[in-house]
Ligand binder design. Structure first.
Ligand code: BES
Ligand code: ZN
Length: 674
């Protein structure tokens, strides 16, 4: 792969790094390490373009919620009481983020009594929501807002009983990342502010409520629940869920919350969770959040997982019966170190959360399931990155987004943050050696525990504790290229997957001879091998060949969403109409964006496909989360379909059996991924 031109000047890096290292080192002397100590300022000043909050003036120190969940009205209503720390002696306003909230009253505590305060809720900005400005001439230590969320709150989904597994009780859940917490609690909705919280939540007595807090595995279901989160968290980690939820333990400190019909399957699938916690602790220091539980959501959950502290939210689509997709659990658990403990100070530094986490995830997978498995996962991720990065605007190909670059908060984290980020850390591991690099990362998590930091703070710390400690291992130019440059650096380590080599041979053999590989080979394949088998196919295949594959492997109608998201687009592009009904059923049943968007994208390429997409979306829409609805709506609105499906010509096959039209030459196996 050609080395992309580096955009930024490399000269000032050394200077910048020395200043930052000095700043980081100074802070270490003065900042106490205790979790509930006074809030710490972000290590480097950083503007968060996605928040109206002014954390340099005042910060929330503690939040106390008293809320009622009303399933009929689809609202969260009650009070949010903030204990404040005033930073700027001249500040007389508290500015909060809100979105579609009805603000009923605002009061400030003065001399033990609550007095009304003046406030203004500005017009709604489509991305940021509304600025809530509260006049606080007395610089009150406590402020209380009485509010009600909208039934259309972007951060909540309300499900009718029919949309649940058990069909008996309604369900609701939050998804606050990136900037949706403000749609159910008025907050300083920026990761630069961390606070402790408590909550008293009431609802109908037959429903269990859980939060990103100290959930009690033995809680009695009575509609009246209290929570405390004694560790400081940023607002995007505020979470709540309610429904017919029961608990089953995995170990003394971990277990699964799920609907009754799902809980046993989930406990079996996620049985290795305790081993994952213990492995990560060995590598990176103690798990600092007490319990680690998993909440299995209905299939409409728009993401794979969400690292809500003490209670990761998990899609049911990874429960496939053979533990082959549990790297998702490793990922969400890893966020307990990278993200929840050491947090990006704004989404511009997304890789600090997702890249470091994807690296840690891979280490957990390697430790538990072996290097051949973790290598397959790296190859799949990196092939995806290489496919997408070239089409991205140059600015978003860099790990760290330069100030002033506009991003949509829901799209801010691309494969660059995840996979280029993990690749950068693997590069550092390779250069400095595993022992030194593990010690560095462990020290990093300790040093910045419960703080929100920028890329530059990371680099300053790395300079002092890695680059300068072991000189001559990396150059400034290499670091500069990894962090601020586009594309994939030439110094990227190569990953070879021998297991994918077998898959490549099987695919190529079939493409050349139409002979399927012997069952003795494919019967041992896990999800990853099937994904690689499909990803190496050309853009389109003749219908007869798709029929042959389908008869042998039953891809159409598969219960494995990762296979489905690769098979249906191939089938649709190739005009294999037999798969249409199953593809439509798939996008109607599942709301996880990553799995269904490729299917919709393939459909909207042609007129008949677009009609199918619109029809499926109309049926699915009432069950979709607002985030998924917005993505599908946009795709359909912007579609430019061709009149009819492209029917695949018989593809040219090279002499060695390789497809001439296969998009990426490096499908793993014996070929390096970079
Ligand atoms: N924190 C993310 C989910 C997220 C990111 C929500 C950005 C909103 C904005 C979570 O940890 C995550 O990365 N989930 C992945 C799974 C993972 C295995 C790559 C997902 O949902 O696909
Ligand atoms: Zn993540």
């Amino acid at each position: 792969m050609p080395v992309p031109a580096v955009l930024r000047s490399r000269v000032p890096l050394l200077l910048l790094l020395s200043v930052l290292a000095l700043a980081a080192c100074k802070r270490e002397e003065t900042v106490p390490q205790a979790a509930a100590a006074a809030p710490k300022p972000a290590a480097m000043a950083d503007t968060d373009e996605h928040s109206y909050a002014q954390p340099d003036k005042v910060v929330i120190d503690d939040l106390a919620l008293d809320l009622k969940l009303d399933f009929d009205a689809r609202t969260v209503a009650g009070t949010a009481t903030y204990t404040l720390q005033w930073k700027d002696p001249a500040a007389t306003e508290l500015v909060l983020d809100a979105r579609d909230l009805a603000i009923e009253q605002v009061e400030g505590e003065a001399n033990g009594a609550w007095q009304p305060l003046k406030f203004a809720l500005a017009d709604k900005d489509p991305v940021l929501g509304s600025k809530l400005t509260i006049e606080t001439p007395a610089r009150n230590a406590k402020v209380r807002v009485t509010y009600r969320s909208s039934p259309e709150a972007s951060g909540l989904q309300w499900l009718t009983p029919e949309m649940t597994e058990g069909k008996q009780l309604p369900f609701m859940f939050s998804q606050s990342q990136q900037i949706h917490a403000r749609s159910w609690v008025p907050l300083q909705d920026t990761p630069q502010v961390r606070y402790t919280y408590s909550a008293h939540v009431t609802t109908r007595p037959d429903v269990m409520v859980l939060m990103s807090a100290d959930n009690d595995p033995n809680a009695v279901r009575d509609g009246d629940y209290s929570f405390r989160m004694p560790q400081r968290i940023p607002s995007y980690l505020m979470a709540i869920a309610a429904g017919d939820l029961v608990f089953k333990p995995i170990s003394a400190r971990s277990g699964v919350w799920a609907e009754p019909a799902m809980v046993d399957k989930a406990v079996a699938e996620f049985a290795d969770t305790e081993k994952m916690i213990a492995t990560t602790e060995q590598l990176y220091g103690p798990y600092r959040w007490e319990r680690y539980d998993l909440l299995v959501l209905p299939p409409s959950f728009p993401y794979g997982g969400m690292e809500n502290p003490r209670l990761s939210f998990i899609t049911p689509t990874v429960i496939v019966g053979d533990k082959s997709l549990v790297s998702l659990i490793a990922h969400e658990l890893a966020h307990s170190w990278s993200g929840n403990l050491v947090t990006f100070s704004s989404a511009k530094h997304g890789w600090l959360n997702e890249g470091v986490t994807s690296y840690v995830e891979n280490r957990i997978v390697e430790a538990l399931y072996g290097k051949d498995v973790s290598d397959m996962e790296y190859v799949i991720a990196r092939n995806g990155l290489k496919k997408s990065i070239g089409d991205m605007p140059v600015a978003t190909q860099a790990l760290a987004v330069k100030p002033g670059t506009k991003l949509d908060a829901d799209d801010a984290l691309s494969a660059v943050a995840y996979d280029k980020g993990a690749w950068f850390l693997q590069f550092l591991e390779e250069r400095f050696g595993r022992q030194a690099f593990d010690a560095f990362l462990r020290g990093y998590f300790d040093h910045f525990a419960f703080q929100s930091i920028t890329t530059e703070t990371f680099l300053g710390y790395a300079k002092q504790n890695l680059f300068d400690k072991y000189p001559g291992k990396v150059t400034d130019a290499e670091i500069q290229e990894w962090v601020y440059g586009p594309g994939i650096p030439a110094s990227a380590p190569q990953v070879l997957s021998p297991r994918f080599g077998i898959v490549d041979s099987a695919r190529l053999g079939w493409r050349g001879s139409k002979q399927l590989p012997p069952a003795a080979i494919t019967s041992t394949w896990t999800t990853q091998e099937w994904l690689h088998f499909l990803e190496g196919m050309p853009e389109t295949l003749p219908v007869a060949e798709l029929e042959q594959l389908d008869q042998a492997y039953h891809f159409t109608g598969t219960a494995n969403g990762e296979i489905a998201m690769r098979w249906y687009p191939l089938a649709i592009r190739s005009g294999y109409a037999q798969a249409n009904d199953a593809a439509a059923a798939f996008v109607e049943r599942i709301g996880r964006r990553k799995l269904i968007m490729p299917v919709y994208s393939a459909l909207v390429q042609t007129e008949p496909g677009l009609a199918l997409a619109k029809d499926a979306f109309a049926k699915a829409r009432p069950g979709y989360h607002p985030i998924t609805t917005a993505s599908v709506e946009k795709l359909i609105a912007e579609a430019k379909p061709a009149p009819a499906p492209k029917v695949a010509p018989a593809p040219a096959v090279d002499e060695d059996g390789a497809d001439a039209d296969t998009a990426t030459p490096e499908q793993g196996g014996d070929a390096p991924v970079n």
